[in-house]
Design a binder for this molecule. Structure first.
Ligand code: HEM
Length: 138
């Protein structure tokens, strides 16, 4: 009998896996009608610079700290929310695209951890933006 099941997905094991995930995630983000303009129209993200930084961030979280991420994600999003309204719906959309990309590409312990981390960081970011009067309520 022919096996028509989807290929077995593996876990996030290397920095190259994280690069693969992020390339696909930000491709979707940039094409998204609710999020794309924030990255390319408001923040004018320099992608060749941004992707290695984000990769370092996730590498530290998922594969153990190698000291390569030295940024301050909270600061980046506070600056962003001063330039354009950021709402809980933006975070919901960001998380929906992240979840879709992750579950399309990977399965396993670290994939689950990536999802939990993304959810908890998104909650903390929203809470801090809200406290600073920088989260627009929709
Ligand atoms: C509403 C949802 C979000 C939007 C619109 C958003 C947008 C952005 C933008 C425009 C930047 C700046 C890029 C640059 O100037 O180079 C950025 C940076 C970053 N974002 Fe987000 N983001 C969101 C949620 C998140 C979440 C939930 C996480 C983490 C799980 C995250 C992680 C990061 C990191 C690590 C950076 C790099 C900060 C640095 O420069 O060191 N973002 N984001």
């Amino acid at each position: 009998m022919t096996d028509t099941t989807a290929p077995v997905l593996h876990d996030i094991d290397t920095k190259a896996d994280i690069a693969y995930l992020l390339d696909r995630f930000y491709e979707r983000v940039r094409q998204d009608p609710d999020l794309g303009y924030i990255f390319d129209g408001v923040a004018h993200v320099n992608w060749p610079d941004h992707l290695p930084r984000i990769n370092a961030f996730w590498t530290n979280l998922l594969l153990g700290g190698d000291g390569s991420y030295q940024g301050n994600p909270m600061r980046a999003h506070v600056d962003l929310a001063r330039k354009t309204p950021i709402t809980p719906a933006h975070f919901d959309r960001w998380l929906a695209l992240f979840t879709q990309t992750l579950t399309d590409c990977f399965a396993g312990e670290r994939a689950r951890e990536a999802l939990l981390r993304a959810q908890s960081i998104a909650a903390v970011m929203q809470s801090r933006l809200y406290s600073a009067g920088l989260l627009e309520t929709d």
